[in-house]
Design a protein around this ligand. Structure first.
Ligand code: PRP
Length: 187
């Protein structure tokens, strides 16, 4: 995506994010209470976008947690479209664990499908997916989202972890990136 000057329009304000994250944390804490058998819930984020959401969510969970990360990259286009490469693997053992995969956004679905498959292959006891955003219109492969923050339209979103050219991740809200109109020419 090439762009000159950009403008960010607020799509999901900070207060709405905070409210929804708190609701998700209550739901997740309730679902996992009593099913971990003394073990911790292994929360696995996909770098880098999930970091802000994950930090806020995990601070609110009332079950014991462990934290780890994957980093992935997708091959661009053509015959390899949808092929996802693991660039950084988790450090912790997955076998026998209850794993909650945490994403900022599910777009085509290829990233989470690959990572969920890998977690199951590694012998996780149970794997669930929590994604803040769901851009459902863009889906190419079906993936069940167990905990979903917001369904959004097919817009270029930034903020709260999401970037454009590695910028905007630290915005405290989700915004839509729009090209700024050219200034009126002097008459
Ligand atoms: C984004 C996002 C998801 C993935 C979703 O990550 O954080 O991991 O793309 O896309 P998909 O559903 O089409 O697979 P990205 O690769 O842009 O890396 P980043 O999180 O470091 O920005």
């Amino acid at each position: 995506m090439a762009m000159g000057k950009e403008n960010v329009r607020v799509l999901i304000p900070q207060e709405d994010l905070e409210r929804r994250v708190a609701e998700l944390a209550i739901e997740i804490s309730r679902d996992y209470a009593g099913r971990l058998g003394g073990d911790a819930l292994l929360c696995v984020g996909v770098l880098k976008g999930s970091v802000f959401f994950m930090a806020d969510l995990l601070k609110r969970l009332t079950v014991p947690v462990q934290v780890d990360f994957f980093q992935t990259s997708s091959y661009g286009s053509g015959t390899t479209a949808g092929e996802v490469r693991i660039r950084k693997d988790v450090d912790l053992s997955i076998r026998g664990k209850d794993v909650l995969l945490i994403e900022d956004i599910v777009d085509t679905g290829h990233t989470v499908r690959t990572v969920l498959g890998l977690l199951r292959f590694r012998g996780a006891r149970d794997v669930r997916l929590c994604s803040l955003l769901d851009k459902v219109e863009r889906r190419e492969v079906e993936v069940p989202i167990d905990y979903r923050g917001f369904e959004i339209e097919n817009l270029f979103v930034v903020g709260y972890g999401l970037d454009f050219d590695e910028r905007y991740r630290n915005l405290p809200y989700i915004g839509v990136l729009e090209a700024e109109p050219d200034p009126p020419s002097p008459s």
